[in-house]
Design a protein around this ligand. Structure first.
Ligand SMILES: *[C@@H]1O[C@H](CO)[C@@H](O)[C@H](O)[C@H]1NC(C)=O
Ligand SMILES: *[C@@H]1O[C@H](CO)[C@@H](O)[C@H](O)[C@H]1NC(C)=O
Ligand SMILES: *[C@@H]1O[C@H](CO)[C@@H](O)[C@H](O)[C@H]1NC(C)=O
Length: 370
């Protein structure tokens, strides 16, 4: 199995190429309902393509198309390849989704895979990414807190200009602490969660993608920030005290990592024989709620991988829905959505404020003092 998993650091590939066509690297023949799955994926690719052509090169529009397409690929998995949802391939696909879609937000179906899931990836890739995402969030609030402090310092120091220099220098030191703690929390997760896996395959590089792609100002504003110079900062900074709650309390220093694992990713732990989240799943991203009915769930389908006809029921729930259970016979695709607005840009995982706050730090000369 591991031989078919070709893991590049997918994330890197997608920076700057959000419109690249991509689907899961699941082999259709491994799916509960192979041909249903294949045609589901083809439909998504076609819709993605026409969505992009309607964008006429508009960047935000193209990103929206990619987000929707990825959500629909996830639906194809839930629909006809639910027996592979804990695999490395699907977990990597979710990684890709978070990379290209700024509004991607938990919860995501079948992600992260439960610890003891059948057919799971040998490395809990979802947990590593979750760790990176939470470290990013904590780093942002760490920085925001400093920005607030800076504002207070400047405001409070108006009558005493001589005190500004020292305080701003302290603040600058804390800013580097935020940056080092965030990077460390994210990088450390690859070793902590998957000690046996080759670190790069476990996600050791995720921070370079997730931290810098969303917050381009962060590391560039902290003058000369390089992860490799975080040893002394991490030695003198208590990351928990500045807001990092890494559950494993691991903040390895650049020069002090455990030894590298040597195993490649592979799928382990047997076979999924019934849809893991039940026959019907409902999930939401931004203003879109998707409801998907699993098909091909006769156990024979999994064993023989022969195909069972779709017995799909489409079900729609409004975006304001809770657990609406009204169903109606749909068109037969088993994949339906409701969307209150296709251009919704509500909040997403992070707001813009942190970037603004950090820009403020730069304006105040923090970078120069470092
Ligand atoms: C699928 O495999 C290709 C080729 O190895 C790789 O470039 C791509 O990143 C993979 N996609 C995902 C989602 O893993
Ligand atoms: C361990 O893995 C990391 C991340 O890929 C790499 O930078 C480092 O050089 C490796 N260490 C050794 C001793 O191979
Ligand atoms: C995004 O939100 C802002 C502020 O609410 C609004 O002005 C803007 O029009 C929105 N953009 C889109 C594409 O919906």
């Amino acid at each position: 199995m591991s031989s078919i998993i070709s893991l590049a650091v997918i994330t890197t590939l997608f920076i700057g190429f959000p419109q690249t066509y991509a689907q899961t690297n699941i082999t259709a023949s491994a799916c509960a309902a192979s041909s249903v799955y294949s045609s589901c994926n083809h439909d998504v690719a076609d819709k993605w393509s026409s969505c992009l052509s309607r964008c006429k090169g508009n960047g935000d529009c193209s990103v929206d198309c990619g987000c929707t397409a990825h959500q629909e690929y996830i639906n194809c998995m839930a629909h006809s390849c639910w027996n592979q949802v804990y695999s490395c391939e699907y977990q990597l696909f979710i990684q890709q989704y978070f990379t290209i879609c700024p509004n991607a937000a938990e919860p995501i179906p079948f992600w992260p895979a439960p610890d003891d899931a059948a057919g799971r990836c040998s490395c809990a890739l979802g947990k590593v990414l979750q760790n990176t995402l939470s470290a990013r969030k904590e780093q942002v609030s760490c920085i925001s807190n400093i920005a607030d402090e800076t504002v207070n310092t400047v405001t409070g120091a108006l009558g005493d200009l001589s005190s500004i220099g020292k305080n701003v220098a302290d603040i600058a030191t804390t800013a580097v602490g935020c940056a080092c703690c965030g990077a460390s929390a994210s990088i450390s997760a690859a070793w902590e969660v998957c000690p046996d896996t080759i670190p790069i395959q476990a996600g050791a590089d995720l921070w370079t993608v997730f931290f810098t792609s969303d917050y381009p100002n962060l590391y560039t504003s902290v003058t000369d920030f390089t992860w490799n110079t975080c040893d002394s900062t991490l030695g003198s900074t208590n990351c928990q005290n500045v807001g990092f709650t890494d559950p494993s309390d691991k903040f390895y220093k650049p020069g002090n990592f455990p030894s590298n694992g040597t195993s490649s990713l592979s799928n382990v732990g047997g076979t999924v024989s019934i849809p893991p989240s039940g026959t019907v799943i409902s999930w939401s991203q931004a203003s879109t709620t998707w409801t998907v009915t699993a098909t091909g769930y006769d156990e024979k389908a999994v064993v023989s991988q022969s195909e069972y006809s779709a017995t799909a029921t489409a079900m729609s729930t409004g975006s304001s829905s809770d657990s609406d259970s009204d169903s109606d016979s749909g068109s037969g695709s088993g994949l339906e959505s409701t969307s209150s607005s296709s251009t919704d840009n509500s909040s997403g995982a992070m707001g813009l404020r942190p970037i603004g706050s950090f820009a403020l730090l730069s304006v105040l000369g923090v970078g120069i003092l470092l």
